[in-house]
Design a binder for this molecule. Structure first.
Ligand code: ZN
Length: 372
């Protein structure tokens, strides 16, 4: 009978109709397989999925370094960005050379294997709850087509002061086009200060930013959930889902779904040491989400990092159950949000291509294949 690995309730008390993505959609989607705990797997109930984890994930997307990084890359093609600016803050040290432009939201893109700033036409507005929202012109166009969203945004905009709105665009015409769009929303945009910056052919600039972000309970719970989801997906492929209900994993499940426990007992360390030997040797991080199991002192830890960003999280998954106390226990993957592929952490070739081949790389006894 379906039973939730988080709240431990079964089908008599909760329903199982939703899918749970191992890696949140906001930080990437993958082909040909997108690791997901399906409704028919009966492992994550609708309440944990929708009422508990969804708001935590939205917070993760809008108020952590990794979440905002995903938004800056516009991975979901949503054309709008929300930053809460409570926990995660960006301080701009160098940019386009004028404070005026520091207010602009810098999107990111991958170019020649590097993540570089991407200047995009935008409308930026302050949120009344703090932070800001940024819309590409196409988002303003799109929202107009949906009466409910249109009414909501229009009402929000009308409540705003002129000083809480800004437009950045490549040309005068494009600025005017955004002003015209705002008009459609019932907002008369009056320019207070206008500045331009000319780019010479081939000119580049350096964007330098300082970030501050705390791994608080809400953030830690999302990290714990991703770790336990990954373990659950591997257990599913190995036909060992019974293990997921063992008391060995009570601490992480309670922390993730009910915020019970001490943050530091679950997120045991945040380091900058890369996970892979290859990254250490090259002194270069892989532009991917890297995740693997680490058995240590009778416990299982999960290590993970996102987008090749410095923070590497070490998460206590639980106590090593006797049946996993084998030299072969382990699994590791790199999920590339840029190329959308999933790479098994292995030195063996060939790289799996089909959905079934990728799925077969997940499991609890893949240590021989997993690097480290
Ligand atoms: Zn549940």
């Amino acid at each position: 009978m379906p039973r939730c690995i988080y709240c431990l309730q079964d089908q008599t008390a909760v329903s199982f109709t939703k899918r749970e993505h191992v890696i949140p959609v906001s930080i990437g989607s993958f082909l040909p397989l997108y690791p997901t705990l399906l409704a028919r797997d009966g492992l994550v109930c609708d309440i944990c999925n929708g009422e508990v984890f969804s708001p935590l994930e939205v917070n993760f997307i809008e108020d952590t370094m990794e979440g905002v990084y995903g938004q800056r890359l516009n991975l979901q093609g949503r054309s709008s960005v929300t930053m809460r600016d409570k926990n995660f803050k960006i301080e701009r040290m160098a940019g386009l050379g004028d404070k005026f432009f520091d207010e602009m939201f810098f999107f990111l893109k991958v170019q020649d294997d590097k993540v570089v700033p991407h200047l995009r036409d935008q409308f930026k507005m302050k949120r009344r709850q703090g932070g800001c929202r940024i819309f590409l012109p196409e988002a303003l166009e799109e929202i107009k087509k949906n009466p409910k969203d249109f009414a909501k945004l229009s009402a929000d905009l009308k409540k705003l002061d002129q000083k809480d709105m800004a437009i950045f665009a490549e040309t005068r015409e494009k600025v005017d086009a955004i002003i015209a769009l705002l008009n459609d929303y019932g907002v008369t945009y009056k320019e207070k200060e206008t500045k331009g910056r000319k780019f010479e052919e081939g000119e580049t600039f350096v964007l330098e930013e300082n970030y501050s972000c705390t791994v608080n309970h809400d953030v830690g719970r999302v990290l714990a959930k991703i770790a336990f989801n990954y373990f659950a997906y591997c257990a599913l492929q190995s036909g060992k889902t019974d293990l997921l209900y063992s008391s060995h994993f009570d601490a992480i499940r309670k922390f993730a779904h009910a915020d019970v426990g001490v943050l530091r007992d679950i997120i045991v360390s945040i380091a900058e040491e890369p996970i892979l030997h290859e990254e250490q040797a090259k002194k270069q991080r892989l532009h991917a989400h890297v995740i693997n199991f680490l058995p240590e002192d009778g416990k299982i830890f999960v290590r993970m990092t996102f987008f090749g960003r410095p923070a590497v999280y070490k998460i206590l998954l639980g106590i090593l159950p006797p049946e996993l106390a084998s030299d072969e226990f382990g699994c590791g993957h790199a999920f590339s949000p840029f190329g959308q592929q999933i790479m098994q952490l292995t030195q063996k070739q060939p790289i799996p291509q089909t959905e079934d081949q990728v799925r077969a790389t997940f499991g609890l006894f893949n240590r021989l294949l997993a690097v480290n």
